[in-house]
Design a protein around this ligand. Structure first.
Ligand SMILES: [Zn+2]
Length: 260
């Protein structure tokens, strides 16, 4: 039975290979993934395998080739160098900053523009977590570890809500947690305003509801990622997670086009 399906899928795949993000070297993985997820369309199969989802999270990890690129993809398969600290970090205006938090220059400017626009409409936005170094992220990840818990059990729970060092978007200096780290934030006036408007200022909601199988994270209505106006609008309109958007539209583009 499996052999018959393999032949059928192989024929179907030869039509799907017209998709620009199809990668011939992954045919075997595409077909295996389809065998285990027959309800997925070929477009989804190719997208998910290209993200790396045919492997467990934190396996087959690649080093990010372009840490400083505005469109850099950091997730459980793509790791930043431990030494990476962006060179253009700046302190956010204290009116919108819970302490002395830093973002990269363009992300800081856009964040302040967004905060001012929100303020004019009666909403107060405040950064509560932004850039985190590799070392600090390591502390954050292991902060809840106790001697009674095994590492396996700890990782299983912790991975849903916190990134392992090198895998946090916060290390890019392009991500910001806003106001409140509770799911109820989505139902606050500020949470609703952000969900609707952030893309107008170059930010996207990075970990949407129901997308944990793809992003690897539980829903985070407070975590926004700077991508620039054009890209944020395109991602927002696509209704895809950034992981999907990246492999469909950016990963096969010549690096000269995606480097800033
Ligand atoms: Zn965050």
């Amino acid at each position: 039975m499996e052999e018959i399906l393999r032949i059928k899928y192989s024929a179907e795949l030869s039509e799907a290979c017209l998709l620009p993000f199809y990668d011939k070297s992954k045919d075997f993985q595409y077909i295996n993934f389809k065998l285990n997820n027959c309800n997925c369309s070929w477009e989804e199969v190719i997208t998910f395998v290209n993200i790396g989802l045919h492997n467990e999270f934190y396996t087959n990890v690649q080093s990010v080739p372009n840490p400083f690129c505005m469109c850099v993809l950091v997730n459980k398969y793509n790791q930043l160098p431990s030494t990476y600290i962006p060179g253009d970090l700046e302190v956010i205006d204290h009116r919108f900053n819970s302490s002395n938090l830093l973002l990269r220059h363009v992300a800081r400017e856009a964040f302040e523009v967004m905060c001012r626009a929100a303020e004019e409409q009666g909403y107060h936005l405040e950064a509560i977590s932004t850039f985190r170094s590799y070392t600090y992220q390591n502390e954050v990840y292991y902060r809840k570890m106790t001697p009674e818990i095994s590492l396996d059990v700890y990782q299983k729970e912790r991975d849903r809500v916190s990134a392992r060092a090198g895998h946090s978007e916060h290390q890019t200096g392009l991500a910001v947690d806003i106001n409140d780290l509770e799911k109820t934030f989505e139902d606050t006036p500020e949470g609703r305003w952000l969900a609707k408007n952030a893309y107008r200022y170059g930010y996207i909601l990075r970990y949407p509801k129901g997308e944990e199988p793809i992003t690897g994270y539980d829903y985070e209505p407070w975590h926004f990622r700077y991508l620039g106006l054009e890209m944020a609008e395109a991602v927002s309109q696509s209704n895809l997670t950034y992981d999907e958007f990246y492999v469909r539209y950016l990963s096969y583009t010549k690096p000269t086009l995606i480097n800033n």
